[in-house]
Design a protein around this ligand. Structure first.
Ligand code: URA
Length: 211
């Protein structure tokens, strides 16, 4: 559909996504599995981090071995559901910096309204990976990416769990330079902006709240 969308079609991810889609999956299990999927998706999102050889001694020999060059990472969670992915990403890269962007969807217009914004300094020197489980209309992700670019982010990616074609298209139109990494591209949005078949409201599933 677009050059900028990568669907990570790994059996473990697809298996775990099925658990997440199942409405019978209880909150604690949902949270745990989302955290695991975040680690797997995070491997794809970070696959081009630069490496440089360093010299180390194994118990047997001295070798040149690849080591992360120290490109700084910043994960940005789009509140509140993004936090469900953030936990797994921080398991993967505990030293990463973290930003938070609070956006909520106006239920009538589906527009993204910003209510919180806090990011680390020097975003321009970091690989910034913003996360939100659902790419639905794209309005929230578009607004968040615009804000992050205004704060200096130059190398930006968006990692989600489930994307709708409408959201991917809208996001790609405004931010063609931002790769999107997702576990699935679903069929469509419904009239309320929910992804079909989707997994429901990700925030409610993570935190056990209701609509
Ligand atoms: N946000 C969600 O949590 N779920 C959807 O299906 C769409 C947007």
């Amino acid at each position: 559909m677009t050059d900028n969308l990568t669907i990570v079609d790994h059996p473990l991810i697809q298996h775990k996504l099925t658990i997440l889609r199942n409405k019978e999956t209880p909150t604690a299990h949902f949270r745990q599995v989302l955290r695991e999927v975040a680690i797997l998706l995070g491997c794809e999102a970070t696959k081009d981090l630069p490496l440089a050889d360093v010299t180390i001694d194994t118990p047997l020999e001295t070798i040149q071995s690849p080591y992360l060059e120290g490109k700084k990472i910043c994960f940005v969670s789009i509140l509140r559901a993004g936090n469900g992915l953030l936990d797994g990403l921080l398991d993967l890269i505990p030293s990463a910096r973290v930003g938070h962007v609070g956006m909520y969807r106006d239920h009538d217009t589906l527009e993204a309204i910003r209510y919180y914004y806090r990011t680390p300094d020097e975003l321009d020197g970091r690989q910034v990976i913003m996360v939100d489980p659902m790419l639905a209309t794209g309005n929230t992700a578009i607004a968040a990416a615009t804000e992050l670019k205004k704060s200096g982010a130059k190398s930006l990616k968006f990692m989600c769990l489930v994307a709708a074609p409408e959201g991917v298209q809208a996001f790609n139109k405004v931010h063609p330079d931002v790769p999107v990494i997702s576990a699935a591209l679903d069929r469509q949005l419904n009239e309320r902006g929910y992804i079909l078949p989707g997994l429901g409201d990700a925030g409610d599933r993570i935190y056990g709240t209701k609509g």
